[in-house]
Design a binder for this molecule. Structure first.
Ligand code: PMP
Ligand code: GLN
Length: 384
């Protein structure tokens, strides 16, 4: 038989799938893959049923229903004072994952270099490789996961096309400050680079932290491609409704890829998300306080167990240092916890290409029912 594509030669099963499978096999409490183990809001489920009954069941326009593109445009305007024309600058995708694939595919020529800030969400590097691009890692250094300006500048070459930035950041839970973002924007502007800004956790921000979209920085809207999705915001990760906000030319080329990959996205889900986005002002305070409660509870319990780290300001993840607990690396310690303590976590070395810093952490997802978190803590406690 002829060979399969060399582009996939070093692809493996994603760490999320691997850990979820091991969690099932060993009946471990699963704090690995990032998704809530409780259901999303009833009003969203009622809306999708209503939309189906109203007959929104055939193909949607390929770049998204007018109602959803309009509501995405409306919330960028009302939350961030950003103007995106729903006709030419907002495109609907199958979750942020498709959006990331489209942006990278639409902009990358073979040999183009794309800077990925590690630890990174795994689909960035996979999408870059599928496009024949070259991922160039720059490490976000623990414990605060800052990017060193000189290191970022050094990674830029004449072949660099884009920097991928994730804010709020999975897996560290970091919410980027204005100064940190300005530094990356300045480098992008100076070197005429695009920024792909993955903001799927834009509303999961705690305490005094504030989410600042990259596109709001002076001069950045044209060169920033913002990606987000409804999955985290509504606690409905299985709905897979995402979007791209970008200038008309970039939107046009992303839509060209989209029309041949998925063509159109689920119609009733788009219609329901459009209605849901209208309710953000009433919905968000309860949503944020639900997750803040989970973060505070789990953080306090982890501290009691002797794990030392700063409480995350965003997302539903904690990057927990393990060196005081074990001499094992992240992968071996994660395996030990799954088998012996019945707790599944993600070993973050899967999110690095260059640095070995990931071997000193485990990622815990706290988007879980109180009983799930309590059980995980009980399993991890020394007397267990
Ligand atoms: N980006 C980041 C940083 C993520 O954590 C995820 C995973 N949920 C995605 C993108 C993909 O989002 P979606 O489920 O909407 O495809
Ligand atoms: N984004 C989720 C995480 O980081 C999982 C998404 C996936 O399974 N691909 O855990």
């Amino acid at each position: 038989m002829k060979s399969t594509s060399v582009k996939l030669a070093d692809f493996k099963d994603s760490i999320f799938g691997v850990i979820s499978r091991l969690a099932r096999e060993h009946q471990a409490v699963n704090l690995g893959q990032g998704f809530p183990d409780f259901d999303g809001p009833d009003f969203m489920k009622d809306l999708v049923t209503k939309k189906m009954k109203e007959g929104h069941n055939q193909y949607a326009p390929f770049h998204g229903t007018p109602s959803l593109r309009t509501e995405v445009s409306n919330y960028y305007k009302s939350f961030y004072q950003l103007d995106y024309d729903p006709e030419t600058q907002v495109s609907i995708t199958v979750g942020a994952t498709e959006a990331i694939y489209l942006v990278i595919t639409a902009l990358t020529n073979p040999g183009d270099e794309i800077v990925v800030l590690e630890p990174f969400y795994d689909s960035y590097v996979a999408s870059i490789k599928m496009s024949g691009g070259v991922p160039v890692p720059v490490t976000m250094h623990a414990p605060d996961f800052h990017v060193d300006k000189a290191e970022l500048e050094k990674a830029i070459t004449p072949r660099t096309k884009m920097i991928i930035l994730n804010n709020p950041h999975n897996p560290s839970g970091k919410v980027w400050t204005r100064e940190e973002l300005q530094m990356v924007c300045d480098i992008a502007e100076k070197n005429d680079l695009y920024i792909l800004s993955d903001e799927v956790y834009e509303f999961l921000v705690f305490d005094e932290a504030r989410h600042i979209p990259t596109a709001t920085f002076a001069g950045m809207k044209e060169r920033t491609i913002t990606v987000s999705s409804a999955g985290k915001t509504f606690g409905l990760t299985g709905w897979k409704i995402g979007w791209i906000c970008a200038n008309p030319e970039i939107s046009r080329v992303c839509r060209l890829v989209h029309q041949y990959v998925t063509f159109a996205v689920s119609t009733p889900m788009q219609e329901a998300v459009a209605e849901g986005l209208k309710k953000l002002p009433e919905y968000l305070p309860g949503f944020v306080s639900l997750y803040k409660g989970k973060r505070d509870f789990f953080y306090a319990e982890m501290k009691k167990l002797g794990f030392e780290f700063a409480s995350p300001k965003g997302t539903y993840f904690m990057m927990v240092p393990i060196s005081k607990k074990t001499n094992l690396n992240d992968v071996d310690y994660a395996m030990k916890l799954i088998k012996e303590r019945k707790v599944a976590t993600v070993p973050p070395s899967a999110f690095y290409l260059k640095s070995t810093e990931g071997a000193k952490f485990l990622r815990f997802c706290f988007a879980k029912k109180e009983e799930t978190l309590t059980q995980a803590i009980a399993n991890l406690s020394p007397e267990a």
